[in-house]
Write a new protein. Sequence first.
Length: 162
Amino acid sequence: MAEFTHFNNEGRARMVDVGHKPETARSAIAQSSILVNEDIYEKIVNQEMKKGDVLSVAQVAGIMACKNTPSIIPMCHPIPINGVDIHFKWEKAKEGYTLIITAAVKTKGNTGVEMEALTAVSAAALTVYDMCKAVDKGMVIGPTFLIEKTGGVSSQDYLRGK
């Protein structure tokens, strides 16, 4: 990158003008996780958590967070979100169970949706924590990272670990 464009001539933060960039199909996939103990795992899987269906609420929270990313992350552009798909997968861990949260986000616009995908998985993980903290506050969130990014001016797609 030749220059960092997020500062104005006075050295203060600014929102970058992306108006000149072409509208293209763009997508991003992000992942986060939350490590829970066996008791929480059983309660989530059997839908016995007192606050309700944890995964359904986390899914809606992730979608809502994705759509509201510019309200949370100061320099993000408001962009149309064409689709958000959030998936959950359990993995057995030494210390309990890890819930893997993946979000795929799509748009057609002049800037990418990486922050929207990352915000979606983060909010979903935080929602799981919030709904289960009465049982155990020792849950661990993360890591949170971008798996894939497509579209835009860049001809190279970002693939984590591939």
